[in-house]
Design a protein around this ligand. Structure first.
Ligand code: FES
Length: 151
């Protein structure tokens, strides 16, 4: 969970240095698994930036999350090569099977479902990444077997 004091200590540890927004954001993401909205005004003030600038940087980088992520993160490729072999169908199936809409996290915190644009596995689509493990040619049956392992 987000800890305000710990977050402030991270920001403070960079005091007096320049160009520290990205390193601080990485530290916050690493420490808490996401960047709480309350960090935005704190960072803006500490680094003499506008809130919009801080917000813009957080939104620009896909690695920075605004919400806590599920224990398992399932990424479905939505790029062209995978789309041509049924990725959209798979997305609809995955949402139903996991009870989560794209970009969302299940209420019990077990899983986050994310759309990504190419997993570098285009010849073997539809491609799915579960945490750090890549799966190719994922049809609905294979997806259900992958989903069955999620706790
Ligand atoms: Fe899906 Fe590249 S298009 S892995």
């Amino acid at each position: 969970p987000w800890q305000r004091n710990r977050a402030l200590a991270i920001v403070e540890s960079y005091r007096g240095q320049r160009g520290t927004l990205l390193p601080i954001l990485h530290d916050l993401q690493h420490e808490f698994g996401f960047i709480n909205d309350e960090a935005v005004p704190v960072l803006a003030q500490a680094l003499n930036l506008s809130r919009a600038e801080v917000h813009g940087v957080i939104s620009f980088y896909h690695d920075f999350k605004r919400q806590p992520q599920g224990r398992t993160v399932v990424k479905l490729c939505r790029a062209e090569a995978c789309q041509s072999v049924g990725a959209n169908r798979l997305v609809a199936h995955a949402e139903r099977r996991l009870g989560v809409t794209m970009g969302g996290t299940s209420a019990d915190g077990s899983v986050t479902l994310e759309g990504v644009f190419c997993l570098g596995n285009c010849a073997l689509g539809p491609a799915v990444m579960v945490d750090d493990q890549l799966h190719g040619r994922v049809d609905t049956v294979r997806f259900d077997s992958i989903a069955g392992d999620i706790r």
